[in-house]
Write a protein that binds this ligand. Structure first.
Ligand code: ZN
Ligand code: ZN
Length: 611
């Protein structure tokens, strides 16, 4: 074989992704004594290794090259982008600039903007853009196309648009990037207008649009668009779009939407796809239908670590610790190696079931048996495990010896158990410490205020209250969504303009009378505004989750569960109210707040008032 024939064959390997064949050709090149050190062969081989997913081989060859040209750099950058290591690309580049005085050409600019897009490195991308404008390649359409993608992915579609307008021959890639950019930030009409004007759409365009809407939280829009496209017979090949719809339903806890997509999955024959299966497990768990999640898991033909972890975490989050633990045992027996997420779920489960020894054992096993390094989050779970069981000193010990600086969540884990047990002094000491650090979450402040109140330290109580009042001003507005299947209704705190407000008000009032008859006393200690008792009670009355529950009761079929999604932590008083309501109306109320799930049933909550 001569030079050209070998080069042609290596390029064929790139096209067909055949790394083994490529390696043979590499060996052949070495044996035949061709000049491997010249850039031509090496660059093509680096390209081959990078695109075939053999980054190590690509790097080795690159490191052995005595003379690298710009194409060598472009190939090694592309290899890293391809291996989904965009940050490494940018690091290599800045290293090459300082050491080798590398000056990018058009190919290198394009790979760099791709890298910036991959890790949304806005600052670096902007600097490179400024350099590019004054460079000799400033007219290059390929580079501009990667710039469009970069700005779109960073969430600046208008800037992407500016570059886009300057491109002479626009291809499907840059159109799609721009449409995705607008969809991702929720600019629906801009993205749909572009789509109408686009001369050459393909299935990637549709996928980009649907997943962009999904990310912007426009779930129903993307679902409708999906249905429309299917009616029109557009080929949305593969389960990719379906799973992004499932992930979207999970994020917004929209069970009915999730179920509809699930029906489609079955209809299109993707039920046995394990990627789709895993997203379904996660979706059902997040939409608090754990038994459906279990069913999917049970029917799966091939379960990987993600499937097991999803079901374990799902069980743990819904307070079903025993099942979570037995699943964990089955998983390890089946020879699967748990990962970091599995351990978060399983330690969480132990913590909520009061299984201290088991939890401690699992935490140690994570390091000893599986060689994983616990993160701050794992340590916080451990702190939570100890303090929930009243082992405050052990918990504090973990905070003081762990290799991370404890954050507010870690301190809050201890504080919340100091509110309950007899550990007044430790509680005050920790509260003092957190006060010095400056708490940022109002939930932490509530814990601190309770601890100081129990210790009769009124001066401190009012200090914390003042802090909370200033947070209240900055707080994002609270809202709750109620999922009724065909419709999702959003209620904002204090909202009085809803068309059904009169009915909602009447129902809440009726319930209020019955609750008070059963012994309910509103807990106004958490209302901060300076106002009279009557006013404070009214304030609580209009918390968004209450309107949402009332609306759910009015509109849903008798006997069904009411599902609420709340963007903040559910307040103590609403928590009490829901315990009353669920038994008055004999309905299950499921609230997913920012921290966890609450299943209210028969006058109790699954969190056992500890959240
Ligand atoms: Zn409330
Ligand atoms: Zn609860």
């Amino acid at each position: 074989m001569n030079h050209f024939e070998i080069l042609r064959q290596i390029k064929q390997c790139i096209k067909l992704r055949l790394p083994m064949e490529g390696k043979k050709l590499h060996a052949h090149v070495v044996k035949s004594g061709f000049d491997l050190h010249g850039p031509l062969f090496s660059n093509t081989l680096i390209d081959m290794y990078g695109k075939c997913g053999c980054l190590k081989d690509a790097l080795q060859l690159f490191d052995e090259m005595p003379n690298r040209d710009l194409a060598s750099w472009a190939s090694i950058f592309t290899s890293h982008n391809h291996a989904n290591l965009p940050k490494k690309t940018l690091f290599l580049y800045s290293d090459a600039v300082s050491k080798d005085n590398l000056r990018p050409d058009d190919f290198i600019y394009a790979t760099l903007f791709n890298a910036c897009a991959g890790c949304t490195a806005l600052k670096i991308g902007e600097q490179l853009h400024a350099q590019f404008i004054v460079s000799i390649s400033s007219d290059d359409d390929v580079v501009k196309s990667s710039l469009v993608d970069f700005y779109a992915k960073c969430g600046f579609p208008d800037r992407a648009r500016k570059v886009f307008d300057s491109i002479v021959s626009k291809n499907v890639v840059c159109w799609t990037s721009l449409i995705y950019g607008y969809a991702k930030v929720g600019k629906k009409s801009e993205s749909l207008d572009l789509l109408r004007d686009m001369p050459c759409k393909n299935s990637y365009t549709w996928k980009a649009l649907i997943s962009g809407f999904m990310q912007a939280g426009l779930c129903l829009d993307s679902f409708n668009l999906f249905k429309e496209l299917r009616r029109e017979g557009v080929d949305l090949d593969g389960p990719f779009v379906l799973s992004s719809l499932i992930v979207g339903s999970a994020t917004l806890a929209m069970l009915e939407l999730g179920k509809q997509v699930h029906r489609l999955v079955i209809g299109l024959g993707y039920e046995s796809n394990s990627y789709v299966g895993n997203t379904l497990i996660d979706m059902y768990a997040k939409c608090s239908d754990v038994s459906a999640a279990e069913k999917i898991f049970g029917n799966m033909r091939k379960r990987d670590i993600v499937s097991w972890t999803s079901i374990i975490v799902g069980m743990a989050q819904h307070g079903r610790a025993v099942e979570a633990l037995s699943l964990y045992d089955k998983m390890t027996l089946a020879g699967l190696k748990p990962n970091e997420v599995t351990f978060t779920g399983i330690i969480y489960a132990c913590s909520h079931a009061g299984l201290v020894d088991k939890g401690r054992h699992l935490f140690n096993s994570m390091v000893k048996d599986y060689g994983l390094r616990p993160s701050l989050h794992h340590y916080t779970c451990l702190v939570d495990l100890y303090s929930r069981s009243g082992l405050i000193e052990e918990a504090e010990d973990v905070l003081n010896t762990m290799p991370f600086k404890p954050d507010e969540a870690a301190w809050a884990a201890i504080l919340s158990s100091c509110c309950q047990g007899e550990q007044k002094e430790i509680g005050v000491r920790i509260a003092d410490h957190v006060l010095q650090l400056g708490p940022e979450e109002s939930s932490t402040c509530i814990l601190m205020s309770n601890i100081y109140a129990r210790a009769a330290m009124w001066e401190r109580v009012s200090q914390v209250r003042r802090l909370m009042a200033s947070m209240e001003l900055k707080k994002k507005p609270g809202y709750s969504c109620v999922d009724l299947g065909k419709e999702i209704q959003v209620f904002y705190a204090g909202e009085a303009t809803h068309p059904m407000m009169d009915e909602i008000f009447r129902l809440l009032e009726e319930l209020d009378v019955e609750m008070r008859r059963r012994g309910y006393v509103p807990d106004t200690s958490l209302v901060l505004h300076d106002m009279g008792l009557q006013e404070k009670e009214t304030q609580l009355f209009w918390h968004s989750e209450r309107s949402a529950v009332a609306y759910g009761l009015l509109k849903s079929a008798p006997g069904t569960s009411i599902r609420i999604l709340k963007n903040l932590r559910v307040c103590g008083d609403c928590h009490t109210v829901f315990k009353f309501i669920c038994s008055i109306v004999s309905r299950e109320i499921i609230v997913r707040d920012i921290n966890r799930f609450h299943h209210f049933k028969d006058g109790e909550c699954s969190c056992r008032d500890f959240w």
